[in-house]
Design a binder for this molecule. Structure first.
Ligand code: ZN
Length: 83
């Protein structure tokens, strides 16, 4: 649940996934590893590698973008006390 800044309502955000820089990075990585051509397209089919766009279902305003990148992964790992 999130509060939309435009309609000031508690809304369940719609989440759409778009291939961001991280998906491209993983694609390049797979190519470097010498995998067959179709394998380097895997990042584009896995939402894990994509940026998540949280949008308001009422006004379609983008409320939050969860960027996937290497820096964030490292940052999250440091914040997690169990690791
Ligand atoms: Zn809204």
């Amino acid at each position: 649940m999130a509060t939309c800044t435009q309609c000031q309502q508690q809304v369940m955000t719609n989440v759409t996934y778009k291939a961001g820089r991280y998906a491209w990075l993983m694609c390049l990585l797979f190519i470097c590893l010498g995998l067959v051509l179709c394998c380097c397209l895997i990042p584009f089919f896995m939402n894990k590698f994509k940026d998540a766009y949280h949008t308001c279902p009422r006004c379609n305003r983008v409320l939050h973008i969860e960027k996937r990148n290497v820096v964030n992964d490292r940052h999250n790992a440091q914040l997690d006390p169990l690791k």
